[in-house]
Design a protein around this ligand. Structure first.
Ligand code: PLP
Length: 379
């Protein structure tokens, strides 16, 4: 586990426009399979199998070229990405009502969805973000003209979910609001909803006709199980919601710099569904054309190789289990050591939270002491 400092040193303060508050969360970090693979490749040692095999297959393919991809992206990639997140057996896929576009990673997927909704949502309602959320959400949605509001999420007292606060805000939000939901491994708190809680959220959102916008940047990283981490998305689709999904392969494939993601718009079921999906796709194509023309090829080729090859896919799943298992082990170790030292307070939240992020529950004053006295930095 490394704890990284970000932008709060005296020298960097000069360039920061906002005040730089100490942060009270940390990010558990270690090389991704692919960066690990790359590092090992340079030292000529045995490399991570799924990443390098895919890489080698692509490099040695005599048909490799540098032509533009289609505006929608690499077809075998978008099809596989869609199945991965929605589920291959999803009625939405069978009914031909999912429009999928390859994007500039998860950020590009959130942006494409935001832009689409800002242009085509009939009323452009208020968009609700969890408090707190990934900081970039605010910027991405305000950039395209959305008014934002928050729904309560993290409860500093329990260091867990403020579920009552969340539900009551969803109940009182104007009908038809857009609600941004983290599908799993919530950034930055590491606090996720249980399946029972997701079901209750779905009931309230259906009653209030809210529109779900799922952001899924960590599929497979939370539980190590790709289906389990996509459970909420699949459940909402089963319940008949029209919704959209931003999908990133940055973390789970270690394709950070290759900018590999996808945006999916799932039209509501019904006789007009596939026609409506075709209309959505044609508008998305116009937006994509004006924004990036054609998405980048290399990351999509790597992901596509792995997603479409049963052997490489099985290796990737194994890597995900290893990575998420290691995160869970580190959480367990941290909690055990804190408890063994008799550190005041409860540390159960360290193991209750999931994924790369954790809200420690430390106060600003405690974080300042850690930073100034012990040079322990947290992001
Ligand atoms: N959404 C969330 C919640 C994230 O945490 C991140 C990355 O940290 C992203 C989206 C986008 O990541 P990327 O653009 O690297 O795929």
């Amino acid at each position: 586990m490394t704890m990284r400092s970000r932008g709060c040193s005296p020298s960097s303060r000069r360039f920061v426009l906002d005040s730089c508050l100490p942060v009270t969360s940390f990010e558990i970090h270690f090389p991704s399979p692919i960066s690990r693979a790359r590092a090992l490749r340079f030292s000529n040692k045995k490399t991570n199998p799924h990443a390098t095999q895919a890489d080698d297959l692509i490099r040695n393919d005599p048909n490799l070229n540098h032509e533009y991809l289609p505006i929608k992206g690499l077809a075998e990639y978008t099809t596989a990405a869609q199945k991965l997140i929605i589920g291959a057996q999803s009625p939405a896929i069978a009914e031909n009502r999912v429009s999928t576009f390859q994007t500039i990673s998860g950020t590009g997927a959130v942006h494409l969805g935001a832009l689409f909704l800002s242009k085509f949502h009939p009323t452009r309602p208020t968009l609700y973000l969890s408090n707190p959320t990934w900081a970039n959400h605010h910027q991405i949605f305000t950039n395209v003209g959305f008014s934002l509001a928050n729904y309560p999420y993290f409860d500093p007292k329990t260091k867990g979910l403020d579920f009552n606060g969340l539900l009551s805000t969803l109940r009182s939000a104007p009908k038809g609001s857009i609600i941004l939901l983290h599908a799993c491994a919530h950034n930055p708190t590491g606090v996720d909803l249980t399946q029972e809680q997701w079901k209750e959220v779905a009931v309230v959102m259906a009653e209030r006709a809210h529109f779900p916008f799922f952001d899924c940047a960590y599929q497979g990283f939370a539980s190590g199980d790709l289906s389990r981490d996509a459970w909420a998305i699949r459940y909402f689709i089963e319940q008949g919601f029209e919704l959209c999904i931003a999908q990133s392969f940055a973390k789970n494939f270690g394709l950070y710099g290759e900018r590999t993601g996808a945006f999916h718009f799932v039209s509501a079921p019904g006789p007009e569904a596939s026609q409506s999906a075709a209309h959505v796709a044609s508008q998305l194509a116009i937006l994509q054309r004006s924004e990036i023309s054609n998405p980048p090829a290399y990351g999509a080729r790597i992901a596509s190789r792995v997603l479409n090859d049963p052997e490489l896919f099985a290796q990737w799943e194994e890597d995900l289990r290893t990575m998420s298992g290691r995160i869970a082990e580190m959480r367990k170790g941290l909690r055990e050591r804190l408890e063994a030292k008799g550190t005041p307070g409860s540390w159960v939240h360290i193991t209750d939270q999931i994924g790369m992020f954790s809200f420690t529950g430390l106060t600003e004053a405690q974080v300042k002491v850690l930073r100034e006295k012990w040079h322990v930095y947290m992001v």
